[in-house]
Design a protein around this ligand. Structure first.
Ligand SMILES: Nc1ncnc2c1ncn2[C@@H]1O[C@H](COP(=O)(O)OP(=O)(O)OP(=O)(O)O)[C@@H](O)[C@H]1O
Ligand SMILES: [Mg+2]
Length: 484
């Protein structure tokens, strides 16, 4: 019987030993300020406090934890049962429970059981993923994001969907969510109608024309029976013309006519067929540039570009903050590895940071792929840096060289030294926080700093640590031990 992470706030070796026995990972803190830092960083399942801290200190800690929205069960070790006044005083501080001594194993096991049951129930209710979506659209539009950019896009989607705007243009780089946005508009505007999509880049001019408008029998060689086109199939639903910039120029002229006249003819046909579908065109190319280069008709561009919906690239300042939320969302909703379903709960801070540093040329699709691969590779309950593999061919030129995935050198010691130096730099050389970030104790951190001769000044003088090889995950550095 054990818990994932225990933070022990005690100098007593017996209490530390107890934590070691019941925690898969144990983190130590000497005082209340350190304890708060560590807890904030590692998000433990339980805190073991030494009774020497007294009710006043525990009360103070809980107040500070509350202010930081930290809610972790606290168990105080070493409270004499016979002293009812004292135990009541401790209970009144809001602790989860107490142990009479560091040998009170049966009681601790009961407590752990209770904690596990409570966390299972709360995890269960978290299966609902609606918290990932913008509130007022939850349920109808499954676009994850909290950034200003995505909220603006959602606002625009709502406005356009509620209007009669037709056609609608959606622009954005590859993988930014244009098709998702098109489906959102469709769901908001006519949820019970057909949604049909065609990729204009995937078909030759003739095939695309007959795919869109259909053809009559005998209209060209091989047209041995009549065909209904997608425009007709969509009826009063939505037709998505994906990658509109790739539509051959003569077909662009025909499309413009359909948009103006709201009717079309099948290839080889003479009958006008009414078109009542919402036409959405999407493009990952800058259509204005395509017009300048004479590859796209100016009149069609103006017809489409009435209230364009823009999806910002993931790397843009206005959207970067969605990276964490999207990563967590893909982790929680992935079905790639059913055996691991619900077992990997999050990503380590360093893994999140690595994701935030990447430029995501493939945008949300690339991020989703990286998380799926990480789920396959990860063996612990948190995705660490070593499971994050970013395709080096997808690196952008402006990448700072810190992103993991480029394996030049497999020296574990070198990677460990660099990771430690990075953690120290990130925390401004606050050793308790750095140790917690790395998943090791302060004692281990001190030993490693000495072993690798990492110095604050020399480190700064050498500039930022260059990540030349695959990083190791914090948890693989060494098995954490309790602080002395
Ligand atoms: N905001 C988002 N929330 C959740 N998933 C998203 C979001 N944006 C995109 N995705 C997912 O990312 C993937 C790519 O999205 P989508 O196909 O809509 O992109 P696209 O812009 O049409 O790409 P392309 O230009 O390559 O066709 C899909 O699996 C989609 O579900
Ligand atoms: Mg698309």
């Amino acid at each position: 019987m054990s818990l994932r992470r225990i933070v022990v706030v005690s100098k007593d070796p017996e209490v530390q030993q107890l934590a070691q026995e019941y925690g898969q990972e144990v983190f130590g803190a000497d005082n209340l300020a350190d304890a708060l830092d560590v807890v904030q960083t590692v998000n433990p399942d339980l805190m073991l406090f030494d009774h020497r801290f007294g009710p006043r200190h525990i009360h103070e800690f809980r107040n500070r934890a509350d202010k930081n929205s930290i809610d972790v069960p606290i168990v105080v070790v070493g409270i004499d049962d016979n002293n009812t006044d004292l135990s009541t005083e401790f209970i009144q501080t809001g602790i989860y429970d107490y142990l009479k001594s560091s040998q009170d194993y049966a009681q601790l096991e009961q407590i752990i059981n209770r904690i596990k049951i409570t966390s299972k129930t709360s995890n269960h209710s978290e299966q609902n993923t609606s918290h990932f979506f913008a509130e007022d659209l939850a349920g109808s539009v499954s676009m994850v994001g909290c950034s200003k950019a995505i909220l603006n896009t959602l606002k625009m989607i709502k406005l356009v969907a509620a209007s009669r705007c037709n056609p609608i243009l959606i622009v954005g780089e590859t993988g930014t969510g244009k098709e998702l946005a098109a489906k959102a508009i469709h769901t908001l505007r006519h949820p019970n109608e057909q949604f049909v999509a065609v990729n204009c880049a995937a078909l030759t001019a003739n095939l695309l024309e007959s795919e869109l408008f259909g053809h009559v029998k005998g209209s060209f060689t091989g047209a041995d029976r009549e065909k209904t086109g997608l425009m007709e199939l969509a009826q009063s639903g939505t037709l998505l013309l994906d990658e509109i910039s790739e539509m051959p120029i003569n077909l662009q002229a025909k499309l413009l006519r359909v948009l103006q006249e709201k009717s079309f003819r099948k290839v080889g046909g003479i009958k006008n067929i009414a078109c009542s579908a919402t036409i959405i065109a999407s493009s990952n190319r800058n259509l204005k540039n395509e017009v300048k280069a004479n590859r796209f008709r100016r009149d069609l561009y103006y017809r489409l570009n009435i209230s364009p919906i823009t999806l910002a690239p993931l790397r843009s300042q206005e959207r970067r903050q969605d990276i964490r939320l999207l990563a967590q969302y893909f982790l929680e909703t992935s079905t790639i590895c059913p055996q691991k379903c619900g077992k990997i709960t999050s990503l380590t801070e360093l893994a999140f940071e690595a994701l935030e540093r990447h430029d995501w040329p493939g945008n949300v699709r690339e991020l989703s792929n990286v998380i799926e691969r990480a789920i396959l590779l990860e063996t612990t309950d948190k995705i660490g840096l070593n499971a994050i593999y970013i395709d080096p061919t997808q690196w952008s030129e402006v990448s700072d060289g810190l992103t993991p995935g480029l394996i030049k050198d497999f020296s574990l010691a070198k990677a460990e030294r660099e990771l430690i130096a990075r953690a120290l730099q990130k925390t401004g050389w606050q050793k308790t926080r750095a140790a917690a970030l790395l998943g090791i104790t302060r004692a281990t951190l001190y030993a490693k700093v000495k072993q690798y001769n990492i110095e604050k000044d020399s480190y700064i003088a050498n500039g930022p640590v260059k990540q030349e090889q695959n990083e190791v995950s914090a948890s693989s550095l060494s098995k954490p031990v309790a602080a002395p």
